[in-house]
Design a protein around this ligand. Structure first.
Ligand SMILES: Nc1nc2c(ncn2[C@@H]2O[C@H](COP(=O)(O)OP(=O)(O)OP(=O)(O)O)[C@@H](O)[C@H]2O)c(=O)[nH]1
Length: 603
């Protein structure tokens, strides 16, 4: 057990790609926690998917021992935070476990949207900040400019910025010394009843749910009973320890420390991020640590097995993923076009992508996903309010008094030369202008309120491509606003395909309906007969295209020919069919269900 004065708990916050993981690696290496040889490119990003996508998904914690220049040894706990906006709640819980943060800014870029978003969260959590200007080894680095920017925008004197290269290991010791000097040691009452904050948790097949904790008061020991305030669950501590970076069991964690406990819980929902751990005898007498909020899904999509025989496997895979992901929501749903599947709710687009990829890769399932949607608040004529997250379940418009949709506050950092094109993009997405602030002579911060439904349909890609990748984006939930929305139905061969229905603004429905049927016409393969594709609002058809009938049978070519070639051709066709669904009498490929996402593309 280390006395409080020799403990420092900190995290690293940064915009994506500014070097957070690389810096963490250098700190682990410098303190001898991990040897260079052991150091994989990114030790903290353990999941394969994370490495491939180059993003940090789950918050983690590593303990380091550091002998400072003053001759004393310190226990440093580095808490890794997820870098993506979908996981803001997890970021804020990780920050609540720390007293300070390294704010990493790329010296070739400067402050970006997530630098500021994370900074605000850190300030809310009362953290002391150490700015680190990273990547100074690069020829395009402008450390002086970025330092000035930190002073102007964040208000930290530029002399306090540490110049570093996480790649080359420049500045590592200065950073460690600054952590000792500028970040306060934890406070807390060792003699009070246990209070510990769960800032992350994951399910382990052998040990049950592992909770990552910051002990605020009191202490905990293996074999003791604990109670969780928000989850109203209780368990026995099977193991307690810290990460070094592997799990190291020590049997006890005390005030100010960061570590893990194994609980034996079978599901992370019993031990969620943000919950407070205490002892059963203190229940009802102690205050929970932070206002606990269950994660709320914001983006919804239908997920269906391509082969309907895989339905039980899909259910099982979702059950398993849910064990580890309290934010994932799903319930069975049936579609006239796609059969039996699930309506799933996600924190955001990235969360959705991750789940879809895991279903495919880890569970080997061929799935078909519908275009993402948001949850509308619909007031019916009689005054009843319902939530509709599936366009095909929208009541008919005669029954509706009003529809409200979720809106987001968005902030965009961009070189000023792109202001025009961004304004244009945001306006076509029904964004409402709020503010424009010059950060420097040539960089601005634009803020808007925009419907979430417009944000999830390839907004980010459009923003990136219009600004050659220079603009960065951050968003947070703003509230529900009434809007003039309609449901656009798509009919393929006169058959309404519910999974292709969309909710959109009345003013865009005609144009988008047109664009969508044109896109579908290209995506739906020719059949033996002519297939009309129509977009309709209620009973009014607003656009129509036709997929012409196939002229030749593919096998006709092989008539009398060599049989192995014929088999190959059939196999190839089968392969192509994998991602097709028979709807009525027409085969529709997966791309068609996602066509709305790429209406901006011209291919
Ligand atoms: N030249 C140079 N490259 C660096 C430095 N630090 C990080 N990088 C590179 O920048 C890229 C992003 O670094 P990461 O450490 O993965 O960034 P991150 O902030 O952890 O990214 P996320 O996990 O996506 O949030 C990688 O290709 C690193 O090799 C540096 O000091 N100098």
């Amino acid at each position: 057990m280390t006395d409080l004065a020799h403990i420092r708990n900190f995290c690293i916050i940064a915009h994506i790609d500014h070097g957070k993981s690389t810096l963490a690696d250098r700190l682990l290496e410098f303190t001898g926690t991990v040897s260079k040889r052991e150091l994989m490119q990114q030790t903290l990003d353990q999941m394969e998917l994370e490495r491939e996508k180059g993003i940090t998904i789950k918050a983690q914690a590593v303990r380091m021992r550091y002998k400072a220049l003053n001759g004393e040894e310190y226990e440093l706990n580095l808490i890794d935070t997820p870098g993506h906006v979908d996981f803001t709640y997890e970021v804020s819980r990780s920050l609540a476990a720390c007293e300070g943060a390294l704010l990493v800014v790329d010296s070739t870029q400067g402050i970006e949207a997530q630098t500021l978003a994370n900074l605000y969260l850190a300030l809310e959590a009362n953290l002391d900040l150490i700015p680190v200007i990273n990547k100074i080894d690069l020829p395009s680095a402008e450390p002086e400019r970025v330092r000035q920017e930190v002073e102007d925008v964040i208000g930290i004197p530029k002399e306090d910025c540490i110049l570093a290269s996480a790649k080359e290991g420049i500045g590592t010791q200065d950073i460690l010394e600054a952590i000792i000097k500028n970040i306060p040691p934890p406070k807390g009452d060792l003699n009070a009843p246990l209070r510990a904050l769960v800032f992350d948790s994951h399910y382990d097949a052998y040990k049950g749910v592992i909770a990552y904790l910051r002990v605020m008061d009191g202490s905990l020991k293996v074999n003791e009973r604990i109670a969780l305030i928000a989850s109203e669950s209780s368990a026995e501590i099977l193991e307690a320890g810290y990460f070094h970076p592997k799990m190291t069991s020590v049997g006890e964690l005390t005030t100010g420390e960061v570590g893990y406990i194994a609980t034996g819980f079978k599901n992370v929902k019993d031990c969620r991020v943000g919950d407070t751990v205490t002892v059963p005898s203190a229940l009802g007498t102690i205050q929970p640590l932070a206002g606990y909020e269950p994660a709320k899904p914001m983006v919804f999509a239908g997920i269906y097995p391509v082969d309907s025989n895989d339905y039980p496997e899909l259910r099982e895979a979702l059950d398993r993923l849910k064990l580890n992901d309290a934010a994932l929501f799903y319930e069975p749903e049936t579609s006239n076009a796609l059969g039996f599947g699930f309506r799933c709710g996600f924190l955001g687009l990235l969360h959705m992508e991750i789940i879809q990829e895991r279903l495919e890769r880890e569970y080997n399932l061929d799935i078909l996903a519908t275009a993402p949607s948001v949850a509308y608040h619909v007031t019916k004529m009689g005054g009843e309010v319902i939530e509709v997250d599936n366009p095909s379940e929208m009541p008919s418009f005669g029954e509706i008094e009003k529809i409200e949709e979720p809106t987001m506050d968005i902030s965009i950092f961009t070189p000023s030369r792109y202001i025009g094109t961004i304004m244009d993009l945001v306006t076509t997405r029904r964004g409402i202008y709020k503010d424009l602030k010059y950060i420097e002579a040539e960089r601005v911060l634009l803020t808007y309120t925009m419907p979430l439904a417009e944000l999830i349909i390839d907004f980010y890609d459009q923003l990136k491509s219009r600004t050659q990748g220079y603009a960065s984006l951050d968003y947070s939930f703003a509230g529900y606003l009434e809007a003039d929305l309609v449901k656009l139905d798509i009919l393929v061969n006169a058959f309404p395909v519910d999974a292709l229905s969309l909710i959109m603004h009345k003013d865009n429905a005609y144009y988008q309906g047109r664009a969508l049927v044109e896109k579908l016409q290209k995506l739906i393969p020719r059949q033996m007969f002519e297939v009309p594709i129509q977009a309709a609002i209620g009973s009014r058809v607003v656009a129509r295209e036709t997929v012409r009938a196939m002229r030749k049978d593919v096998l006709a070519k092989c008539y009398g020919g060599d049989i192995s070639r014929k088999r190959k051709l059939l196999e190839k066709q089968k392969e192509g069919k994998k991602r097709m669904k028979m709807v009525g009498s027409v085969e529709i490929p997966q791309e068609a269900f996602m066509a709305i996402l790429s209406l901006g593309d011209n291919n």
